[in-house]
Each structure stands twice: as C-alpha cells, then as structure tokens.
Design a binder for this molecule. Sequence first.
Ligand code: ASP
Ligand code: MG
Length: 409
Amino acid sequence: MSLIVQKYGGTSVGSVERIQNVADRVIAARRQGHELVVVVSAMSGETDRLLGLARGIRANIDGRELDVLLSTGEQVTIALLAMALEAKGCPARSYTGAQVQILTDSAHNKARIRDIDGARVRRDLADGKVVVVAGFQGVDEMGNITTLGRGGSDTTAVALATALKADECQIFTDVDGVYTTDPRVVPKARRLDRITFEEMLEMASLGSKVLQIRAVEFAGKYNVPLRVLSSFQEGEGTLITFEEESMEQALISGIAFNQNEAQLTVAGVPDQPGVAYRLLGAVADANIEVDMIVQNVGADGTTDFTFTVHRNDFEKALGIVHSRAEALGARQVTGDDKIVKISIVGVGMRSHAGIASKMFEALAAEGINIRMISTSEIKISVVVDEKYLELGVRALHDAFELEQPRSGQ
Ligand code: ASP
Ligand code: MG
C-alpha cells in the first residue's frame, strides 16, 4: 500500500460538480489500495474575491487580518470535499492548516513552513479515512493564522508529502502535464513523461506556470517524487524526478519564453571600476529586478551595458538609468520593450557539445536576429524582437525534434 498526497487547484474545485468529480477521483485512487491525503485550494477566483473585499477597506492591506480572511477560501473547499466523499460512502475528515499543525514562521502573507505534526493525519489514515487538508495556510507559534503566498497550496502538498514520507505527491491541475513548450504557440508540443527537478525549476523561473517554484524546490530538496496531472482527463501526467544515469537524455527537454521583459542599453560608459555598480546598483535599490546583463569588452576607454527588466518596471528603470548615465558621462541610453526572451532547457546540454550553435543556426535560418545571449549549465537564452516569438519557438521546437518522444520513454 502506498501513501499518496494529491493536490487539487482552484479550477479543479471551482464548483460543487467539480468537487464531486474530485471526490470520484480520490475514491478511485483509494480503490487501487492507496492511502490518501488530499490538499485543496480555494475555488478559482475566491482568493482574488476576498482580496478585493479587503482592498475595499484599505488599498494596500496586508498582515495578520488578511491571512484570517484569505484562509477562509480553503476552509470552504475542504468541508465540501469531505462532505462529497462521505456522501459517496468514503470516510473522510477535513482539517485546516492550524488543526493539522502546519507550523510556520510569523511572516504573514508569505509565511514559510517550519514543521508539520503528522500525528493526527496518520491516526485518521490508520482508521481508514481520507484526510482533506486546506492548502496555502498554517499557524505560527502564537496561534496566529498564516498564509504561504499566492499559489501556496502546491507547497502545502509537497511539505505534507515530505512530513508523511509519502510515496508520491500528485498535483492535479487544468493541464495534463508539463509540455515541451506552450501548446498555444506550438500545437504539436508534446507532454513530457518525465522532467528533472532542475529542468522544471528553470522552466518555472522562465515563465512556465505549471507549478509554484517554491514547491518544486522543496520537492527536489527532500526528494519527493512529484507528478503533474489533469483533474479533467485521464493520463499519467509528467513525473518530476531526479536524473537517472540510465535515462537516455534528449539534447533539450523544453523551450520556455518570457514576454514580460524589456531591454535597456547604456552606450559609451567610461570603462572604470564601479560603473556597473553605479548603474545597476541604482536599479536594484529601486527594487527592480534585473534579469540578463551583458557588458561589452571596452574599447577606446568606454564600454556598453545592456540589461533586461520586467516590462512593468521599464519606464522607471529608464528614468533611473538616464540620470545615472548622465552622471557617469555615458554617451547614450536606449530602451526597447518590444522584445522577448526564448530559452532552451535541458540537462542533456551537459554532455553534448554544439547545442548553442544548433540553436543559433535554427534562428538564423528564419532570419531572426539575436540581440542578447546568456547561458547557464542547463539553459541557453536569447533575446529577440517580439514579432519573432512564435516563429522562433517553432523553429527551435523543430530543430531539436521535440515532437519526437525521447528514446527510453
Ligand atoms: N488560493 C490560493 C491562491 O489563489 C492558494 C492556491 O491556490 O494555491 O493563491
Ligand atoms: Mg493555484
């Protein structure tokens, strides 16, 4: 018998009918002989609705009372799911985070889990019950309700799976797994049977929104096998796991893209110690996150900097850089928010040479100009004009033959 933690997101529990459907799935898994702990999110839109109410009182509300409010969304769905299970003849019990004792720090609205007391849950499992737990919430040492940050139910599920030493943590959502790229851009994108934690983290931080990044980090750290599946369709989903020696690696596993970036260039900066700090430090001080950074080799005593920021921060960053550039005696500042970043990701890169040139060749063949390049051990990113997004992603998907299943899968 294995212990499985299942998590159902907001869309999966978005109505009473959908909650009935979740109950059927839970019962089916139980019939296969598994013990089940089920974590649920609030009904889709509910957390936003509650936030809206709070903002009607004060615009930038946060802190303790917001957590008391937001945690109610999940209290509704645990009760409804437990009722649905019981109504179908399956013994079940629901618990809030505080009742389980999901102990967190006191950082309201973005608390971190410190410890989980699994005793109560284990007792119910031993009694043959399905245990339903509210996602996204916990309690601090003083008994205050806390929440874990938006999308935090994934983290609750992974943390529970870790604490209970579950055999697998299954995240049910509205997509049936992790794809080679966004199927809306490349219709022949393929669902991956497996992906490594490292790849998943890169894909997630590059903008693929299947899982909360923190949950993936947590599962990787504690070695909990994580599976993403659809709550509306049958299927095996995608297993996120560690790299296995025996696994025949594809060159790359997936293509991620980010349409929310903007590029800034400062040309003709005097090439002296401290200029990078004075330019980019000022941007960071304004709480603007800088993504890619390129500094050219200096020539004639000057150098050029190009970097990217989130599009929402573009105007603000441009203002800061203009004033700094003037103080530094730079020649020119330019900016462009009609750019996108396209990245190829894969642990296969470690053992294969020539992946970058294959990427550049595929883009060149389509006449796509590359503006910036950055690489890490398992990722190569390029910045190109926004108008080339679809063409670029499709060309790369073809060049790396991502529509073909990897051998060994
Ligand atoms: N209900 C919370 C949110 O909307 C937590 C979650 O869905 O994971 O962010
Ligand atoms: Mg969610």
